[in-house]
Design a protein around this ligand. Structure first.
Ligand code: S3P
Length: 676
């Protein structure tokens, strides 16, 4: 991911997501069309909703408080037919909702306007809205390609409309209702499925008569007698359920055991069909508290997601309109479930901000997931392998965020080509998920591998570059070996040592600049005494002793308590820090390792010596891999790095590249403080 992470301790505080995108667009539009001043509390201030505010501003609507992060916006309405002819082209940016709902509004205004958008929006179908609007009396001219923006619309007198929508679409439905409102004509619609009903609820909240009912063949909506004046309103925008879905997914995949809580989320039942789907996959998701309905009749509540083992399901196609925007994150979750998840009846995904079926299929494959594309959906088969690879977001915020969440699973490494697209609907997304996933702490990084793979020197340099401490776990074993040798206790007796005897040597780690010194009581054990031939010969045997390993474990873990650690050894990723976010397993050819070992000791690596050293290393490998306690092996979520043919700098760069996405927001590499 392009952000995220730590040693597992995720934050347990309450989280909030930005305001609902659909409701904010509608609050801005309805306020603009009302008579009087409306107040919008906690609006979503993102690229999409700013586009709506901008185009309304270009038509004479005064909106105050519009800026990123604003908690309150006030809108001076111009009345149902009071918009001014715009002098400029109305640029809707990436926002389909802006373009389509605005077309409905413009159809009922006595003016001409030109609409355009970014490359993604210019590729999306507009005829589904303009078709029925033309039937009502609007005149539309395509300026480039038929059915696509840019277009010119001339509004005016409209006729009553009765229309069957070919697809369930809240945007089309809302555009027609708004046209009815502005044109002062009744509208009756039949949708094949039930799409989100914010427009209906908000109109009702302003005293407008709007009906909605289940009928044979779908859902009927009626605006029988639009009023001539729309009163000003006051809106409090709930958190966006679609945005909360990303946090919930994070909670299910890698959140804290006590649950990840998202408060103040809009729980309109036409938006929350994802919840039963996820529950049918085995997700533990709870609606903890329903809060009072806001003035716009939108229910709100607190959602809690607990880490859950997920299994694949067949997603009911009938329910798809109720979670259409959540399918990218659902597919990402499916890639971590056991078995296959089949999503069908979702052909609408092909005409969202990107072709989301194609985008998910290509990008899931790019991170190693088994996926099959269908005309109206996709099959995703889950797996355990950590997702890794490069993701192309294709101007689509929800694709970027779905992979952002997937990037928080253990061992993941996902690079998103344009993380900034999340600003369309979820400002601060990356900071938030990085903060949640890391608990605000930098990660523990583990480097394991056989003797001579270059662990220590690489770990030291990675730690220096990142401003982390380096824990050379081998030095602890050496420290203990050193004092045991000094004590004169025969090595044959070492295996009988218990906790109390080991304690008596007072071996511990003392933080120093950039790392730790090995101490025996008050005495610092210098590197030279940790690397005598006797210590070299005895340390592998000592390291096989279960009691010793157990005794050292707490000392090693204590070093990682504050995160920001690069720990090298043989069981750092498997036993000591199993929750470490970034694990690396270094390997290299035996000969290459032998050569390096000799050079390290200042010995010329002649052919003869290399062979001897390689034999020694091979037997050490056998000992490390075969021992009962914490055998040397690659953790399943570790990155394997073969250092044979690559330079030291290349090794270091590769590892830093894996760690970078997991640095908490604002982390500045600086030398780790402590005495030299
Ligand atoms: C929206 C409706 C949905 C949804 C979009 C917002 C709305 O689109 O995908 O993100 O606010 O009305 P369709 O109505 O085209 O399905």
């Amino acid at each position: 991911m392009s952000g995220a992470v730590s040693s597992g301790a995720a934050s347990t505080e309450d989280h909030r997501v930005p305001g609902d995108k659909s409701i904010t667009h509608r609050a801005l539009l309805l306020s603009a069309l009302s008579t009087g001043t409306s107040r919008i509390h906690l609006p979503l201030m993102s690229e999409d909703t700013l586009a709506t505010a901008r185009v309304l501003g270009a038509m004479g609507v005064e909106i105050r408080g519009i800026r990123p992060g604003s908690h309150e916006v006030t809108v001076s309405g111009v009345g149902l037919r009071g918009l001014r002819s715009p002098e400029e082209v109305l640029d809707c940016g990436n926002s389909g909702t802006t373009a389509r709902l605005l077309l409905g509004v413009l159809a009922g205004q006595p003016l001409t306007a030109t609409l355009t958008g970014d490359a993604s929006l210019r590729s999306r179908p507009m005829a589904r809205v303009t078709g029925p609007l033309e039937k009502m009396g609007a005149r539309v001219t395509w300026l480039e390609a038929e059915g696509r923006l840019p277009l010119r619309i001339q509004g005016g007198e409209l006729a009553t409309m009765s229309y069957i929508l070919p697809v369930a679409s809240a945007q089309v439905k809302s555009a027609l209702l708004l046209a009815g409102m502005c044109g002062g004509v009744s509208v009756e619609l039949l949708e094949p499925g039930r799409s989100r009903d914010h427009t209906e609820r908000m109109l009702r909240g302003l005293g407008v008569e709007v009906w909605g009912e289940e009928v044979e063949g779908g859902w009927r909506v009626k605006l029988p007698s639009p009023p001539s004046v729309l009163p000003a309103g006051g809106w409090t925008i709930p958190g966006d359920f679609s945005s909360s879905a990303f946090l919930l997914a994070l909670g299910l995949l890698s959140g804290p055991p006590e649950g990840l809580r998202v408060t103040g989320v809009g729980l309109n039942p036409t938006r929350t069909s994802l919840l039963p789907v996820l529950r049918s996959m085995g997700a533990r998701l709870e609606v903890e508290k329903m809060e009072a309905q806001g003035e716009e009749g939108e229910p709100m509540g607190t959602l809690v997601a607990y880490p859950s083992a997920l299994m694949g399901v067949d997603v009911p196609p009938r329910e798809v309109p109720g979670f259409i925007d959540e399918i990218p994150v659902l597919a990402a979750l499916a890639s971590r479930a056991s078995g296959t998840t089949r999503i069908r009846g979702a052909e609408e995904l092909r005409v969202k901000e990107s072709d989301r079926i194609r985008a998910m299929v290509d990008n899931l494959r790019a991170v190693g997931v088994d996926v099959v594309e269908h005309a109206d959906g996709l099959d995703v088969t889950g797996g355990q392998a950590p997702p890794r690879g490069h993701v192309e977001v294709r101007h689509d915020h929800r694709i970027a965020m779905a992979f952002g969440v997937l990037g928080t699973v253990p061992g993941a490494w996902i690079r998103v080509d344009d993380p900034s697209v999340s600003e369309v609907s979820f400002p601060g997304f990356w900071e938030l998920i990085r903060g949640v996933a890391t608990g605000g702490l930098p990660p523990v990084v583990t480097l394991d591998g056989p003797a001579g793979a270059g662990k220590s020197s690489t770990a030291r340099e990675v730690a220096r570059l990142l401003g982390f401490r380096h824990l050379d776990s081998g030095a602890l074993y050496r420290g203990l070996t050193c004092v045991l040798v000094e004590s004169g206790l025969p090595p044959a007796a070492w295996k009988g040592l218990g906790e109390a005897e080991l304690d008596a040597f007072q071996i511990h780690l003392h933080p120093v600049r950039g790392g730790f010194a090995v101490m025996a009581g008050e005495r610092l054990l210098p590197d030279a005494s940790l690397r005598t031939p006797e210590v070299n010969a005895r340390v592998p045997g000592l390291a096989t002793l279960g009691a010793v390993r157990k005794w050292l474990l707490s000392r090693q873990r204590a070093a990682g308590a504050s995160g920001a650690l690069v720990a090298d050894g043989r069981d750092m990723g498997t036993v000591v820090f199993p929750q470490a976010r970034v694990k690396v397993f270094l390997v290299a050819d035996l000969e290459e390792r032998a050569r390096r070992r000799l050079l390290e000791q200042g010995i010329e690596p002649t052919a003869q010596r290399v062979i001897q050293e390689a034999e020694r290393l091979a037997s050490r490998d056998g000992q490390d891999e075969g021992r009962k306690e914490a055998p040397l092996r690659k953790a399943p979520d570790a990155h394997e790095l073969d250092t044979t043919g690559i330079s030291f700098q290349e090794q270091v760069d590769a590892i830093v590249g894996w760690v970078e996405p997991w640095l908490p927001p604002g982390w500045e590499p600086s030398p780790v403080a402590g005495p030299d």
